[in-house]
Design a protein around this ligand. Structure first.
Ligand code: SF4
Ligand code: SF4
Length: 467
């Protein structure tokens, strides 16, 4: 064997409690013992299980399997050859809740007119995709029920005319749900997502509602739709959790509440410093390290429940494991490189203004219109997708161009968020490693890779991907 046969190809690495993680550009990885790592890095590792693992993952310069590396990369980045598939329609800026972290802005606001809604649907269908999801958001979209109803019917008609696949989705607090609306939702195959911040006391403290018990309303309709359409989404509703300072120390209770309600996922994500959350940060915010403690407790509880036969997944771990073990695009626009701003999603405000994403739209409500791309009423898809903010987001979220990310072991699985960077650090580019989102992600990756070296956990993760 020639000496250069053992020379490593390009790799990044990170020391973990369980060993040294080595990752390659195309998503190959291996967790090595420190002594194995030293030999590998010096080009002196010649045999043994670590050698074979590294060889299979494409870490030796003279033995790269370009065909398999390319097909893995292509599969996990398939979205790059398609247009935006997710189209978020803000049917109203109004909301009947006063949530402590509300980013959309509650109270007074506008509704989207039927004429504007139709133009937004036409615009969405002009994107070069074979299938699209139209997601109704607000505010509380049920406050503009006529537009929701008519837009759904119009979009279904448009899908039949164009031959494009269409998924309809509604994000609602369910407080205005009733039997008639539920019938329409079921008949028109609209998937549902609601907010659930944990047990009643915590949920209602976060999600203030003068019209009644917000938690009881959400639970009632979760159960209703589960009974009518089955537990698994897209039939049964999914739920989104917002973690505030009040949630810290209560991760187990929150996970248990999701498990009690048979929700298939609990999504543990840190709060973003935008809108109302930013203004109340001293009261409801926390550091990335405080979040990570919460995250580890929550993921541990999920894994414990899995061992007891309870089927629940933690969504952040699921999305990352899908990339780490499955080499698949997780279809989550915020963990892509480049991110989904314009390339994976578009958001339409009540007046027809088109933004890169809902977060970009939220920043505009606070006076920062950096993520505004144009208008569904007067611009074309081509004009919008070639606009400066789409290009700026694509560049700013290309991790190879970020000096710190380029050398980070988690780069093949990670994604940066220009909207977060803008809100938290003032620019699209962000500043790693002090960036709060990056600190939280690094800690989550550390924990997931440490857990992957435990065989029972690896088996749980593999089951998550198979189901
Ligand atoms: S800017 Fe952030 S929120 Fe918007 S698409 Fe990119 S990652 Fe997602
Ligand atoms: S954002 Fe942070 S965790 Fe992600 S690749 Fe960049 S440095 Fe690594």
């Amino acid at each position: 064997m020639k000496k250069q046969d053992n020379a490593p190809s390009y790799f990044n690495w990170r020391r973990l409690k369980t060993g040294v993680l080595v990752t390659g550009d195309m998503g190959g990885w291996a967790l090595l013992k420190p002594a194995e790592f030293s030999l590998f890095a010096a080009g002196k590792l010649k045999s043994g299980p670590a050698f074979r693992e590294l060889e299979g993952a494409g870490f030796f310069r003279s033995r790269l399997d370009f065909d398999s590396m390319f097909s893995n990369w292509r599969d996990s980045n398939e979205y790059l050859r398609l247009g935006p598939g997710l189209h978020i329609m803000v049917l109203t800026q109004k909301c009947n809740h006063r949530c402590v972290y509300c980013q959309a802005g509650s109270g007074a606001g506008k509704n989207m007119s039927l004429a504007t809604a139709r133009r937004a649907v036409d615009f969405a269908f002009s994107a070069p995709v074979g299938g699209l999801t139209l997601e109704f958001q607000g505010g509380e979209p049920l406050l503009n029920w006529p537009a929701l109803k008519e837009t759904s019917i119009y979009a279904r008609k448009k899908a039949a005319e164009t031959g494009k696949e269409l998924a309809l989705a509604l994000v609602s607090n369910f407080s205005l749900m009733d039997a008639g609306k539920a019938d329409f939702i079921v008949e028109n195959d609209i998937s549902l997502c609601t907010s659930l911040d944990g047990p009643a006391g915590l949920h209602n403290a976060n999600r203030k509602y003068s019209g009644g018990d917000s938690h009881a309303g959400a639970v009632k309709w979760i159960k209703y739709f589960q009974e009518r359409r089955g537990v698994e989404p897209p039939g049964g509703p999914s739920a989104l959790l917002t973690v505030t300072r009040a949630s810290l120390g209560r991760a187990r209770e929150i996970v248990d509440e999701y498990a009690r309600l048979k929700l298939p996922y609990v999504f543990l994500r840190p709060l973003s410093p935008m809108g109302h959350a930013l203004r109340r940060w001293e009261e409801i915010g926390y550091t990335p390290e405080e979040f990570l403690k919460f995250y580890r407790e929550g993921l541990d509880r999920v894994l414990e429940l899995n061992r007891r036969g309870v089927a629940i997944k933690e969504k952040t771990a699921f999305l990352l494991v899908k990339k780490i073990l499955g080499s698949q695009d997780n279809k989550y626009v915020d963990l892509r490189c480049p991110c989904g701003a314009g390339l994976g999603q578009l958001a339409y405000d009540c007046d027809g203004a088109v933004y890169t994403c809902d977060e970009g739209r939220m920043l505009a409500r606070d006076g920062d219109r950096s993520f505004l791309l144009g208008s569904a009423l007067k611009d074309t898809y081509g004009g919008v997708i070639n606009s400066e903010p789409v290009k700026a987001c694509a560049i700013a979220s290309s991790l190879d161009l970020q000096p710190f990310c380029a050398r980070c072991a988690y780069r093949p699985f990670c994604g940066a968020c220009p909207a977060y960077n803008r809100a938290a650090q003032g620019g699209f580019w962000g500043s790693m490693p002090s960036n709060g989102r990056c600190r939280a992600l690094r800690g989550i990756f550390d924990y997931i890779f440490e857990k992957l070296s435990e065989k029972p956990v690896l088996e749980v993760f593999e089951k998550w991907l198979a189901s």
